[in-house]
Design a protein around this ligand. Structure first.
Ligand SMILES: Nc1ncnc2c1ncn2[C@@H]1O[C@H](COP(=O)(O)OP(=O)(O)OP(=O)(O)O)[C@@H](O)[C@H]1O
Length: 286
């Protein structure tokens, strides 16, 4: 395995959006180098905000609060400029393309966008184009959401990052592309010592992919550590039903809670008897 220095360390993070109550209060998190960490939580629990803070997009406290690769995520701008710290999130779906956060309008080809990034190893670029099955002639304003997403992902991965933050970017991908991409990420961690944090609501195939998990509820870290240490997973090896039970137990809606208590007692998870349960192809819809 390749050598890597420094993962992610958050200590005593406080954060609130303007005019809003604190979302994170004394939040701590440690993700060791080479990990593939799943960031899990209900809608609105703070995953995207946390990833953006880790990506250095928000200034939070001093230099020591959010450390990535032994640097300050916000203050040490070379982290992002060098490509060592990469963030892949948001969607191009409603725009034609994007340069960072700036939506682009016009008739761009996939080739124009991908080959427009300078200083890229051509072998890595070819590998990504192949992996994501990108047709370089695609016109960005005429492709499907999933095709546009593939170009976005390709561009986000061109630089060999050391830390990659993924915010639900596989949602538009077909199942084959998603699984191939997960394999690619695993390779990146095992061969180059890269660290990946992946926020998602789609758990298919992740039981054996992830090494770590961080579960956030209303801005609080409820669980974190090795996936192999999660005792609920030892019996079932079904991450979806384990996460489902965590989310249901935190739900303020008694109807949602009662489903889990009655159904889990009898047969594990409502998905076990669902027609959608067995098919990876239905992962998209979950
Ligand atoms: N720009 C903003 N201004 C004010 N509040 C915001 C802003 N963005 C997010 N929030 C609030 O912060 C909280 C956390 O939002 P965040 O997007 O981080 O959640 P999430 O876990 O990523 O959710 P999801 O699973 O739906 O993507 C929510 O209550 C949300 O309403």
């Amino acid at each position: 395995m390749a050598e890597s220095t420094g993962g992610i360390e958050v200590s005593g993070l406080q954060f609130a959006y303007e005019g809003q109550p604190l979302l994170f209060t004394k939040f701590n998190l440690e993700i060791s180098p080479g990990s593939r960490c799943l960031l899990i939580g209900a809608n609105g629990s703070g995953k995207t905000t946390l990833l953006k803070i880790l990506a250095g997009k928000h200034m939070v406290g001093g230099r020591d609060v959010v450390r990535v690769l032994n640097c300050s995520a916000f203050h040490d701008t070379q982290l992002v400029c060098s490509g060592d710290l990469a963030y892949l999130g948001g969607s191009w779906s409603k725009t034609i393309g994007s340069a960072g956060d700036v939506p682009l309008q016009g008739d761009f080809s996939a080739e124009h966008m991908i080959f427009g990034v300078e200083g890229i190893d051509p072998v890595r670029r070819e590998k990504l184009i192949d992996l994501l099955d990108i047709d370089l002639q695609w016109r960005m304003h005429k492709v499907s959401d999933g095709q546009r997403r593939r170009v976005q992902i390709c561009m986000g991965l061109l630089h060999p990052y050391k830390v990659l933050l993924l915010d639900e970017v596989t949602v538009d991908l077909d199942v084959v592309t998603r699984l191939d991409l997960l394999d690619f990420f695993r390779e990146e961690c095992e061969e180059r010592g890269a660290t990946i944090v992946y926020a998602t609501h789609i758990f298919d195939g992740l039981e054996t992919w992830a090494t770590d998990v961080a579960y956030v509820q209303d801005g609080e870290l409820r669980r974190s550590g090795k996936l192999s240490d999660i005792h609920e997973l030892k019996g079932s090896n079904n991450l979806l039903s384990v996460v489902e039970s965590w989310l249901r137990s935190e739900s303020k809606n008694p109807r949602k809670q009662s489903i889990i208590s009655s159904v889990q007692l009898s047969r594990g998870s409502p998905f076990d008897s669902s027609p959608f349960r067995s098919s990876r192809h239905m992962a998209y819809y979950r």
